[in-house]
Design a protein around this ligand. Structure first.
Ligand code: ZN
Length: 119
């Protein structure tokens, strides 16, 4: 499993904190609802990015980390699968944040059958 997926999390959090303070200073008469909206917007972006980063850690681990002999075997012809990476479909999470995760999957070098890990 990758462990470096959180390299940008400090600056991500800092952006939320300083951005929210700046927004507050620029909106001295903001209502509670407006404050909540501004905060949710920033947390939503951070949430989406953290979710994507955290998901990538396991996606990258799926096949790449597996030893040759641990890789799944093609159901159709029995060959060892090799790794391919593709852009997965976009996911829209809370606050309309769009994720564009990459997925790693196994494909048979002999007959082309693909095996996607669950999840
Ligand atoms: Zn095959």
């Amino acid at each position: 499993m990758r462990t470096d997926f959180d390299v940008h999390w400090d600056e991500l959090a800092e952006e939320v904190l300083s951005g929210m303070k700046e927004w507050r200073l620029q909106h001295p008469k903001a209502t509670l609802r407006e404050l909540e909206g501004a905060l949710d917007e920033r947390l939503g972006k951070m949430r989406a990015r953290m979710l994507q980063d955290a998901a990538l850690a396991s996606a990258a681990a799926d096949i790449k980390a597996a030893q040759e002999t641990e890789r799944p075997i093609c159901q159709a012809c029995g060959s060892r699968l090799v790794e391919r990476t593709v852009a997965a479909r976009e996911l829209v999470t809370q606050h309309n944040q769009v994720l564009k995760p990459e997925r790693s999957y196994g494909v048979c070098p002999t007959c082309g059958t693909g095996l996607f890990p669950p999840g």
